[in-house]
Design a protein around this ligand. Structure first.
Ligand SMILES: NC(=O)c1ccc[n+]([C@@H]2O[C@H](COP(=O)([O-])OP(=O)(O)OC[C@H]3O[C@@H](n4cnc5c(N)ncnc54)[C@H](O)[C@@H]3O)[C@@H](O)[C@H]2O)c1
Length: 264
C-alpha cells in the first residue's frame, strides 16, 4: 500500500505513541519511514524506534521553532517526501483542566503553537520537499466538533483550530498536489493522554461508542492514517475521518429508547 513512499513521522516518543503504530504499519506496508524527535525526548524516541520492524533514520524537529523546519529541510538533503504524519500536541497543565478562564496567555499560546500552528508549518515543509509529486499530510485530532468536555479545555480549542488550519492548508496546497486531512481518534492510552488530568472521564464516555472502543489499541487509527497517506486516499483532502467506534455520530451516547420509561 505504501511501497516506494518516503514518509516523515513526527510524534514517536514511546511504543504506545499513535505515531509509533503508524510508523510500524507504514513500514510493514513498504514505506521508508523517517522519524522526528526533539531535545527533551530524544532518548525515548531512539528507544521506541529500536522496536520498529526496521530501524528508521531520526531527524530533529521542535515544532515550536520556526528555524527547525528549515534545518529539517536541509537534513533531508534533497530527498523528496511523499507524506507526513503530524502527531504533535502539548499544553501546560493549567491549560488542560481546572478553571478554563484562569489559564495564562503564555500557556495558551504555547499549546496553540505546538499543537495547531505546527500543522501548517509541517504542510509548508512537505510542499517544499515534494515539488512535482503528489503528497499527503495527516494530523491527529480529538473530537474537534467544538463541544466542551469536562476536561481538555484549551487543547479542545487548539483541536478545533487544527481543523480550520487543515482546511486552509487543503485549499492552498491542493493545487500543488498536497492533500491535507485529519484523523479524529477516540481516546488512547499514551504519554500525552497521561498528562490530561482525569483522562478516565473521557475513557468512560467512549464506553458508549456503538462499536465499542479499546483505548489500548491504536491500530484502527494507524490503519486509517496509512490509507490517507496512500494513493487509495488520492481523492480525499480537507477531511476529518473519525476513528472512534462511532461515538461522534451519536446524539446521546449510552442512552437507548425506553431508558426514560424504565427509570420511572
Ligand atoms: N491519546 C489520545 O487519546 C489521542 C486522541 C486523539 C488525538 N490524539 C493526538 O494524537 C497526537 C499524538 O499524541 P499521542 O496520544 O500519540 O501521545 P504521545 O505523547 O505519544 O505523542 C505526542 C507527541 O508530541 C510530541 N511533541 C510535544 N511537543 C513537541 C514539540 N515542541 N516539538 C515536537 N514534538 C512535540 C511529543 O514528543 C510526543 O512525541 C496528538 O496530536 C494528540 O493530541 C491523541
Amino acid at each position: 500500500m505504501l511501497t516506494g513512499k518516503r514518509l516523515l513521522v513526527t510524534g514517536v516518543v514511546t511504543t504506545d505513541s499513535i505515531a509509533w503504530a503508524v510508523a510500524e504499519r507504514a513500514q510493514l506496508h513498504g514505506a521508508e519511514v523517517i522519524l522526528t524527535t526533539h531535545d527533551r525526548v530524544q532518548d525515548l524516541t531512539v528507544a521506541a524506534a529500536c522496536a520498529l520492524p526496521r530501524r528508521p533514520e531520526i531527524l530533529t524537529l521542535d515544532a515550536t521553532r520556526r528555524q527547525d523546519y528549515q534545518r529539517l529541510r536541509s537534513d533531508l538533503n534533497g530527498r523528496p517526501l511523499d507524506g507526513a504524519l503530524h502527531a504533535i500536541a502539548f499544553a501546560p497543565r493549567e491549560a488542560l483542566a481546572g478553571d478554563f478562564l484562569a489559564a495564562g496567555d503564555e500557556a495558551i499560546e504555547l499549546a496553540f503553537r505546538t499543537s495547531t500552528t505546527s500543522y501548517a508549518r509541517l504542510a509548508e515543509l512537505l510542499a517544499q520537499t515534494s515539488v512535482g509529486r503528489d503528497s499527503a499530510l495527516v494530523g491527529l485530532d480529538f473530537d474537534a466538533d467544538g463541544r466542551a468536555w469536562p476536561v481538555y479545555n484549551w487543547m479542545g480549542v487548539c483541536k478545533v483550530a487544527l481543523q480550520a488550519t487543515m482546511r486552509y492548508v487543503a485549499r492552498d496546497l491542493g493545487p500543488r498536489g498536497v492533500r491535507a486531512n485529519l484523523v479524529s481518534a477516540g481516546p488512547l492510552l499514551t504519554r500525552a493522554a497521561s498528562g490530561i488530568p482525569d483522562f478516565q472521564t473521557l475513557l468512560d464516555a467512549y464506553a458508549a461508542a456503538p462499536l465499542g472502543w479499546d483505548a489500548q489499541d491504536p491500530g484502527p487509527v494507524a490503519d486509517t492514517v496509512c490509507f490517507l497517506l496512500s494513493d487509495m486516499g488520492r481523492g480525499v483532502t480537507g477531511e476529518v475521518v473519525h476513528v472512534d467506534g462511532g461515538y461522534h455520530a451519536m446524539a446521546a451516547p449510552g442512552l437507548r429508547a425506553g431508558d426514560g420509561a424504565r427509570a420511572r
